[in-house]
Design a protein around this ligand. Sequence first.
Ligand code: ADP
Length: 297
Amino acid sequence: MSESAIRLRGVVKRYGPITAVDHLDLDVPLGTCVGLLGPNGAGKSTTMRLLTAQSIADEGDLNVLGFRLPDESKQARVECGVVPQLDNLDVTLTVEQNLLVFAHLYRIAHADRREAIERSLRLAKLVDRRATKVDKLSGGMRRRLLIARALVHRPRLVLMDEPTVGLDPQVRQELWALIDGLRSQGTTILMSTHYIEEAQRLADTVLIMSHGRAVAAGPPAQLVREYAGQQALEVYGPPDRLAEVEAEALAAGLRTRRTGTSVSILGVDGGRYPADGERRPANLEDVFVLLTGEQID
Ligand code: ADP
């Protein structure tokens, strides 16, 4: 068995003139949670679709749980749990019935089905809702059910495409707790997200994508040290003053980023900088903006 749950090398996917995934290398070691982080259009969903063989790569090697894609994609899928970005639950069925359909699809032996469903219900904290029709569930519960459904057959690898997109912050926190629980039980997870905090909190390793390419990969803390240093200086002021500060920082060989009404000067560790501002620890958002050029919404 390979050490990696996922290993991609030189993967390319084109849509006409657009190269959605451009010579991507990706490793997901067994037992880790890897976050695919990037702005909209970076190629995250395309990468997820390649991994589930919903799309076929134009070039490159794809290996999932020791199976080569696309030739052995059926074998790989049996051992994967997939949490889609779009909710495709059957709204005419109850929570339990939705899980039962997947227990059948994944050919869980009849004798094991009940326990598999109960385990999934417990994991997603939906035991009390087992008999509720899906169209009566809140948005957060539906998301939890989507995750529970992907886990019903105890997959060795879980693929989550933007698991908390469009949810309010409180529901997002609930899902983070659920995903973090899976991670601490040793489930291997690949998760795409454009929420930096989500990647920072949940991922052991983050791969930052931009225009189909991997622009950096590593544990969040390491990426921060490597690209943004230890400390940043946040300088507030009117636009003219901020432009001046940016020019001065640039002349001093420092990197900056605009954050609404302020400028962050990165990598000011230890040294002095001739501007008044608030020092703060550098963070993954600094790295993201530096590498992708994208502001966060
Ligand atoms: P992300 O998930 O990071 O937002 P996507 O993988 O959805 O990015 O998209 C990457 C690029 O590929 C974008 O430019 C997008 O418009 C393009 N793209 C994705 N899917 C298709 C498709 N089916 N047909 C044409 N272009 C596509």
